[in-house]
Design a protein around this ligand. Structure first.
Ligand SMILES: Nc1ncnc2c1ncn2[C@@H]1O[C@H](COP(=O)(O)OP(=O)(O)O)[C@@H](O)[C@H]1O
Ligand SMILES: Cc1cn([C@H]2C[C@H](O)[C@@H](COP(=O)(O)OP(=O)(O)O)O2)c(=O)[nH]c1=O
Length: 777
């Protein structure tokens, strides 16, 4: 469940904050995040003001230099940072880093020169690199393991949530700049100077707070909540930033659990009491799974730690993994394109605002609008559009951001810019969350660490490149005034860059939409969008004329003979019951009284020469009874229904196997089921002969069919899955039983209703890293 808790759900936040030491750390983090954002704004404005009289190119570069120098150290120095975090006293590292940064920021307005501004800014960021892993590594010392994820999410929320607050504060300071200038006549730019002094102050306060924290003197390798200790100092870099990925098991792993007395096992919260045997098997499976999960985690940890050593290698390796499927390719492309567009905006934004004569107050407003929009997109977007296909939504959100950005650049008007910037933020934020969630779901456990590391490393590189290139381009284009008779239009170099970035965003959105939309062609996008806005699913009609969403969740396992469907149904039901769900397991054919009679007919070897259409209709009538008597009532109650086989079996066996037209079968079954479509279909894919050999040869009428028949069936299933990947999970059924179960669990988890929170779009911390005090994750 590591990715499924909603970010900053008030109840949960309160429960982590009830922990006084963590609360103190969090307060100090919030203060310094606020200060950091404030100083980013101040530095960009100062750079603009200090270069007022220089040529436009110099001015552009002074501003983007601030950002470049903030990002560059992360690329150059992060490999060493983790080592320092583990070698030195963490508290001392944090305190020293905070004091140093405070002094650096305060020195900027005191010195009042552009060169020192850039140098101090760079140095402060270098110090931050050593501070971040120490902070990340300390959180597990302060909160219990179970709360770790909440704690990390909360720190992230704070790290980015303070941005709009800082922007607002800066805008207010700027509006009072005349008054402030009178009060402090020594200051050239009072709002920026004051912002920097405030930032210095927040660092000093943070240092004082951290000093009082009850942290162990030396890095606690075996710290109760710490991420699994990687061996050797070189691997330790991974510890600093993978915390959001650390799954938090419901219970601590107990090596004795395998042999735990039954009395203890009986404390499991299983509503429908399973038999003793089932329980023991489940216990064993659980312990085993936990060990495997931990091993996988260690592997991921190691691979991400490896990645830390050399960002370029990370990029290369990550691309090799990530580039292999169209979906992940589409996502990566979209996210990197967004980074590039974002970088361009950052690179020219401050000067653009200046050209609109809006000055610092305007800059604060735009910045605030962007982040407020982003927060709205991240938090409200996934909820509002819950029923909308995620793959489509990703491209759509990105495209919307692009179009809004285009008009921002086209129409040089401050008020319009503020509104449009908020839209840009919302689209980008939504795309970001969806992208991360989809990647979390689609990328296999073993390579997820690397894929994310790839996104980080290449994201930074792209961002850096774009921030550097954008001002150059703006300067090259230059500002022009076009006039046609009385009408004049100010064509700005910065505006041109914004429009270009917008075009890039739209192109990338269209390409990734195409890559990921291969399947969803059956429902027009507008229809789906309108339905989603009303909260009605269009893909899962509830059947029997019910057109509202059913509270339950319908999951189907499909596959050939002996693929392991019954085994997995059993495993999943035990797991889901433990999670507190009502689970109904069922199968086709033969789940009802009538169905049992039909099953006997259908599988009886004596029953020779049955016509394919009769066979298909018998399966369909079994299904109609099944849906009516078993599945729908359970779904209406809110249960999770797991069925061993459903419509796809008829499409594969009678369609592909007996070579009946698929559309006709689909139509008959649509009628038989009232259009009920599973939320997720898991296809256990296995060569036909492997499955049959697991069963020890054919036994019933269908199993006894030829090898060719079973091969066609397998192909039939795979084609169905290929056509609608968003509703399918294809698992290689040659994997171990536990491996298969784990893959299914991972995919199923985000689809589950409460008690696993339904809005499973966990907002993880990967954001463009401008002024990112929280560093990486
Ligand atoms: N992943 C697996 N690897 C090896 N054997 C398996 C696996 N999953 C199930 N089996 C075994 O294969 C046989 C068929 O499994 P079963 O779940 O009954 O398949 P199905 O319901 O798809 O016909 C059983 O003996 C089961 O123990
Ligand atoms: C549901 C369904 C099953 N079948 C076939 C596949 C199986 O060979 C058989 C019964 O399925 P199943 O219950 O999976 O058999 P077992 O439990 O012995 O593995 O029915 C179809 O041909 N069409 C269908 O629509």
């Amino acid at each position: 469940m590591s990715r499924s808790a909603p970010l900053g759900a008030p109840g949960e936040a309160r429960s982590v904050l009830a922990n006084p030491p963590f609360r103190r750390l969090w307060i100090s983090l919030s203060l310094s995040s606020l200060g950091d954002w404030l100083s980013l704004l101040a530095l960009m404005s100062l750079a603009t003001i200090l270069t007022m009289d220089a040529s436009p190119v110099v001015q552009y570069f002074a501003v983007s230099g601030v950002v470049l120098l903030k990002i560059a150290p992360w690329l150059l120095l992060s490999p060493f940072a983790g080592m320092v975090a583990d070698r030195f006293d963490r508290r001392l590292t944090m305190v020293a880093a905070d004091v140093l940064r405070g002094l650096l920021y305060v020195s900027i307005p005191v010195v009042g020169r552009l060169d020192w501004l850039l140098v101090a800014n760079f140095l402060a960021e270098c110090v931050a690199i050593f501070w971040t892993p120490a902070k990340d590594a300390s959180v597990p010392n302060l909160v219990p393991r179970k709360k770790l994820e909440q704690a990390n999410q909360l720190t992230l929320l704070t790290a980015y949530g303070t941005a709009p607050v800082a922007a607002g504060l800066f805008a207010v300071l700027a509006s009072f700049s005349t008054v402030l200038g009178k009060l402090f006549p020594a200051m050239a730019t009072p709002e920026a100077d004051i912002a920097l002094y405030i930032n210095g102050l927040t660092f000093f306060i943070a240092a004082a707070v951290v000093w009082t924290l009850p942290l162990p003197g030396r890095p606690a390798r075996a710290g109760a909540g710490a991420a699994p200790a990687a061996s050797g100092a070189s691997a330790s870099g991974g510890e600093d930033d993978r915390t959001e990925e650390v799954p938090v098991p419901a219970q601590e792993a107990d090596p004795n659990e395998l042999t735990a007395p039954i009395g203890e096992a009986a404390t499991l919260e299983v509503p429908a009491v399973p038999s003793e045997q089932e329980r023991k098997a489940a216990e064993r499976a659980k312990a085993k799974e936990r060990r495997r999960a931990e091993a996988a985690e260690r592997r991921a940890e190691r691979s991400s730690a490896d990645g830390q050593e050399n960002p370029l290698r990370t990029i290369w390796e990550g691309w090799r993994f990530a580039g292999s499927t169209p979906l992940v390719r589409g996502l990566m492309l979209g996210m990197l394109g967004a980074f590039a567009a974002g970088g361009a905006v950052v690179g020219v934004g401050r000067v653009f605002v200046d050209r609109l004569d809006a000055g610092n107050a305007g800059f604060g407003v735009l910045f605030g609008a962007l982040f407020a929009g982003m927060a709205l997109g991240m938090l409200a977007g996934p909820r509002t559009l819950r029923e909308f296909d995620r793959r489509r939504l990703f491209g759509l959100a990105l495209g919307t951001a692009g179009v809004a950005l285009f008009f921002t650049g086209l129409i040089p008007n401050m008020v319009l810019a503020a509104v449009l910037t908020a839209v840009v933020g919302a689209g980008a934020g939504l795309a970001w969350v969806i992208g991360l969630t989809l990647m979390g779901q689609e990328v296999q456990d073993e390579v997820r660490g690397r894929t994310f590391a790839f996104l980080h490393a290449s994201g930074r590189l792209v961002l850096l490149g774009a921030v550097a290139a954008a001002p150059l381009l703006a300067a090259a284009v230059g500002d022009h005034t076009l006039s046609v008779r009385d009408l004049t239009y100010d064509f700005l170099g910065t505006g041109a860059v914004l429009m270009l970035a917008a075009v890039l965003a739209v192109v990338v959105a269209v390409v990734s939409y195409r890559q990921m939309n291969a399947d969803a062609g059956d429902v027009p996008m507008m229809t789906e969008l309108l339905a989603a806005l009303r909260g009605v699913p269009v893909r899962t009609a509830a059947g029997d004329g019910e057109d509202t969403a059913l509270p339950g969740t319908f999951v189907v396992l499909e596959g050939g003979e002996g693929a392991g469907k019954s085994t997995q149904v059993q495993q999943l039901s035990v797991w889901l019951r433990e999670e507190g769900f009502e689970v109904v397991t069922t199968r086709e054919p033969g789940a009802t009284k009538l169905g049992m009679r039909l099953r006997a007919l259908l599988l009886d070897k004596e029953q020779t020469g049955m016509s394919p259409r009769a066979e298909a209709l018998l399966y369909a009538s079994d299904r109609a009874d099944h849906v009516h008597q078993v599945i729908l009532p359970a779904l209406r109650r809110g249960a999770i229904v797991i069925s061993d086989r459903y419509v796809d079996s008829t499409l594969a066996y009678q369609g592909a196997g007996r070579e009946l037209p698929a559309e006709e079968i689909a139509r008959v079954n649509d009628w038989a089921t009232g259009g009920l479509v599973p939320r997720l279909t898991v296809l256990l894919d296995l060569p036909a002969e492997d499955g049959l050999s697991r069963l020890g040869g054919g036994t019933d009428r269908i199993e006894a069919e030829s090898g060719d028949f079973h091969d066609r069936v397998r192909r039939g299933f795979r084609e169905l899955a290929d056509r609608a990947p968003e509703r399918y999970l294809v698992v290689d059924a040659r994997e171990s039983q536990e491996g298969v179960t784990r893959e299914i669990q991972r995919r199923l988890r985000p689809l589950l209703p409460d008690p696993v929170p339904s809005d499973s779009e966990a907002i993880t911390g990967m954001m463009p890293v401008v002024g990112d005090r929280d560093g990486e994750e």
